[in-house]
Design a protein around this ligand. Sequence first.
Ligand code: GRF
Length: 200
Amino acid sequence: LPIGILVSGRGSNMEAIAAAIEAGEVPARIQAVISDRPEARALELARERGLKAFCLAPGEYPSRQAYDLALATALKKEGVELVALAGFMRLLGREFLEQFPGAVINIHPALLPAFPGLNAQRQALEYGVKFSGCTVHFVDAGMDTGPIIAQAVVPVRNDDTPETLAARILAEEHRLYPRVIKWLAEGRVELRGRRVIVRS
Ligand code: GRF
């Protein structure tokens, strides 16, 4: 499965996906890693792995729609069939999503629908939940609202800070995201309304 990964920062999920593919665990190929920020460490990490990696900066486009269209066009040009958002800090509009129907996924560091948006780990601690985790979901035009494909759970500990909780969740993200891409590459994922069925 030819995939594209959209990033904005650190790139640890991109690394986990790339490593799983290199290890032969996921039948996919990373065609391009694209960042909306030129300084993203993810771009360097991708290049070190020999992946095609470049920045498309929103500031260089006249509108959000123009940017979304340029992003979609770049991914199409690379032959991408699945778009994985990995710490990509922008909402994608309909112009983009229409180009990749049912083929855009995201990972979020909370058990959605709890704690969407920014600082999910801090939100979970402040709310006082005893478990949190991560969610891989299809992307729709909302903020972290699309159909849920898979989740992993971690306990919240008494002495957790946002940083310690984030680290525990991140370890699960790095296992869950490659696994979901494997399921998609194997054609085992089916959308029934809002429910996602993964065939065994
Ligand atoms: C992850 O916690 C992910 O769940 C969230 O943004 C963070 C990205 O981290 N969407 P990285 O860039 O993959 O290291």
